[in-house]
Write a protein that binds this ligand. Structure first.
Ligand code: NDP
Ligand code: OXD
Length: 313
């Protein structure tokens, strides 16, 4: 049995070595190798070109090498086989590190203190405790729930929003369209950990920013987006920052990646830009997770994280 490994833009050799170690009984091919397409049973991919997967007539399962699978669902020629995404503590912990760090950076006004330092200014700002800051998390899935728990441990007043109703210990939860407005109205730091679907595309726009709380301890709301760039309207983020509708932002994902050279986000003094690495996929952890899914599939058991194509995530 053979696996097609195509980690587009990532280090193929590193991933291939890992797959060979963890799954020694399978033939591993990359897109540039000589292979018979009919032999390929599993595809492990990150952002393959549209149509790439349609060349394998005997494909059993498509595995995303990350937590998101939106790039697969966007392929009009995607084969009609299960699509499985990654749910792994290594990736989840990394995302929570990112979210916690960004919340703390804005909460503790780190960008301003760094500017003071550069100018040799000894000046104290009005610092407030975590318990006085209301964090609202868009998306209460694997990543949103872990981040929520860890933010609450630091003392933040955390709430979260999802599509379906949820009851989670120690967390205020909202769902659906009405729930969204209610959560925004009590949010000082908005964290987006939503997948990109037709329903979430463009959600992070000026109208939404205007619904965020204006009476909070930070003096205005902050946006953190580590979900997907297609959720945000970057022009609206800039306008909101210029009009103090937002007082800061941390963006790990962008409408177009890499972020355009000319984007004003690069140099905005209240914006932190990172290159879509909030939660990078570590080959060993990811491949071990996928190997376990192959084991389940071959034993005729349900895999742990097949996506729901209709819902889009
Ligand atoms: P999950 O599928 O576990 O969770 C998704 C959450 O979003 C669920 O709570 C779901 O609601 C909610 N949701 C989806 N659509 C809607 C909607 N229309 N309205 C309200 N809520 C909605 O995904 P993960 O937590 O594992 O990952 C989330 C996303 O994070 C990934 O899809 C990916 O885009 C992004 N990501 C980014 C990374 C980075 O490095 N920047 C790394 C890894 C992931 P419900 O619970 O009701 O289903
Ligand atoms: C993912 C990502 O989906 O890194 O895992 O964006």
């Amino acid at each position: 049995m053979a696996i097609m490994l195509y980690a587009n833009g990532w280090d193929h050799e590193e991933w291939a070595a890992c797959v060979k170690t963890v799954l020694p009984d399978y033939e591993i091919y990359g897109p540039d190798d000589d292979f018979n397409p009919a032999d390929i049973r599993y595809a492990m991919v990150w952002k393959p070109e549209h149509g790439f997967l349609s060349q394998f007539p005997n494909l059993d399962v498509i595995f995303s090498l990350g937590a998101g699978a939106d790039f697969l669902l966007a392929d009009p020629q995607l084969p009609n086989v299960p699509v499985v995404r990654v749910v792994d503590p290594d990736l989840t912990n990394r995302m929570s590190e990112y979210v916690l760090l960004q919340c703390l950076l804005h909460h503790r006004r780190t960008l301003r203190y760094m500017r003071f330092q550069q100018a040799g200014i000894w000046r104290e700002l009005d610092d407030v405790p975590a318990r006085s800051i209301r964090v609202g998390i868009l998306g209460l899935g694997v990543l949103g729930q872990d981040a929520a728990r860890k933010l609450a441990m630091v003392g933040y007043d955390v709430a979260g929003w999802s599509r379906s109703q949820k009851s989670l210990d120690g967390l205020t939860t909202y769902h659906g369209a009405d729930g969204l407005d209610a959560m925004l109205a009590r949010t000082d730091i908005l964290v987006s950990l939503l997948p990109h679907t037709p329903l979430t595309e463009g959600l992070l726009d000026l109208d939404l920013f205007k619904k965020l709380a204006r009476d909070g301890a930070l003096g205005g709301p902050v946006l953190i987006n580590a979900g997907r760039g297609k959720l945000q309207k970057e022009r609206d983020i800039m306008e909101a920052l210029d009009d103090s509708i937002l007082i800061g932002a941390s963006l790990d994902v962008f409408e177009q990646e890499p972020l355009n050279d000319g984007s004003p986000l690069w140099s905005h003094p209240s914006v932190i830009v990172t290159p879509h690495n909030a939660a990078p996929s570590a080959p060993e952890a990811i491949v071990r997770y996928l190997a376990r899914q192959i084991g389940l599939y071959e034993a005729g058991e349900p895999m742990e994280s097949a996506i729901d194509r209709k819902a889009g995530y």
